[in-house]
Design a protein around this ligand. Structure first.
Ligand SMILES: [Mn+2]
Length: 333
């Protein structure tokens, strides 16, 4: 189970609203009181910072839960002038906002995972709160992050993301239900359910399963990647408009989907097997993001947490007329 929610950060009331939403999400994730409290403090502080220093922006919360663990990913995105002295701002207890004992240092200390990317064109802050039952949600050598946020005004998201891992393999799915709203979300949710049922099968086989299962829905575009980091291979198959690219040494390699709409028209499914380089970064996104993005404008970003890469793509390349989703996979640091 995973879900995202986005909150516009515009004025001094935004932090309180963000805090309320984070507490609701923490409850549905089953986070205990301590973890829920930490998440609320992080969200409040990050939202305040984005409003005060970033001139406002957006907070994206992504919850994820399985039988072993629950986690809440917090992304605060602004287009302000950036944090001038990041190392100093990260010192525990340092806060120019006059808040007692909080600030970036406190966020970093509380978070299971934390990263900030700040330039003169904006700041992206990522913090993850995790509660384990037995094992983490994540793969041992690969990190995955994803954002799926509905079109403004819609309550449910017609885009969805999913991943499934075993010791030597990570399978990821990006799906975009036709259009947006509840019917699109139904198609995307059904695709995620089918993916989890057949996640051990190859991407081409899963596309066939999806095509059959989505006949009763409005239909969807989807793509799946199967990564085997030890073997250094990636197998990809997609139908419809999901973009996939592997970045490595600043060189891009586009992954190919065939035309069609799963559930309605699937002329052809083809699997592509390509090299998965050690420094590879897999990016998959729906057409809620522009296809012509360029991360060379963000020096150093590709070395950062995948959640920050997803956050920057979402912040700067989103189209405003559709649901938007982006998934990023890279080697764990
Ligand atoms: Mn779309």
């Amino acid at each position: 189970m995973r879900f995202s929610q986005s909150i516009v950060l515009s004025d001094s009331t935004s932090a309180a609203e963000a805090r309320r939403v984070s507490l609701r999400m923490a409850e549905s994730l089953g986070l205990n009181e301590t973890k829920a409290g930490e998440a609320a403090i992080i969200v409040t502080e990050a939202a305040r910072n984005a409003v005060i220093y970033g001139g406002g922006g957006e907070l994206v919360l992504c919850g994820q839960k399985n039988k072993d663990a629950a986690q809440l990913d917090i992304l605060a995105l602004d287009r302000g002038p950036g944090i001038p002295d990041l190392p100093r701002a990260l010192e525990d207890g340092y806060s120019t906002g006059g808040t007692p004992g909080t600030g970036l240092g406190a966020i970093r200390r509380m978070a299971a995972s934390f990263d900030v990317f700040s330039t003169a064109t904006g700041t992206a802050l990522f913090a993850r709160v995790v509660q384990f039952a037995s094992a983490p949600v994540v793969h041992s050598t690969l990190e995955v992050a994803g954002i799926a946020v509905p079109l403004m005004g819609e309550r449910v998201c017609g885009d969805n993301l999913a991943w499934s891992c075993s010791s030597d393999r990570l399978a990821v799915l990006a799906v975009d239900g036709l259009g947006h709203g509840p019917n699109a979300a139904d198609a995307a949710d059904e695709a995620v359910r089918i993916f989890h049922t057949y996640a051990q099968q190859s991407p081409g086989e899963v596309m066939g399963r999806l095509h059959d299962a989505l006949k009763k829905t409005r239909g969807a575009a989807a793509a799946m990647a199967e990564l085997r980091p030890l073997a250094g291979t990636l197998i990809y198959a997609g139908v419809g408009n999901i973009s996939g690219v592997i970045l490595s040494d600043a060189l891009g390699r586009n992954l190919i989907s065939h035309n069609g709409t799963l559930g309605h028209i699937m002329a052809r499914v083809q699997e592509f097997k390509v090299e998965w380089p050690r420094d590879g970064i897999l990016i998959m996104h729906s057409d809620g993001l522009q296809s012509r993005w360029d991360l060379s404008r963000y020096p150093g970003l590709l070395a950062r947490q995948p959640a920050l890469i997803a956050g920057i793509l979402f912040r700067d390349f989103r189209r405003q007329r559709d649901d938007a989703s982006v998934l990023v996979v890279k080697a764990a640091r």
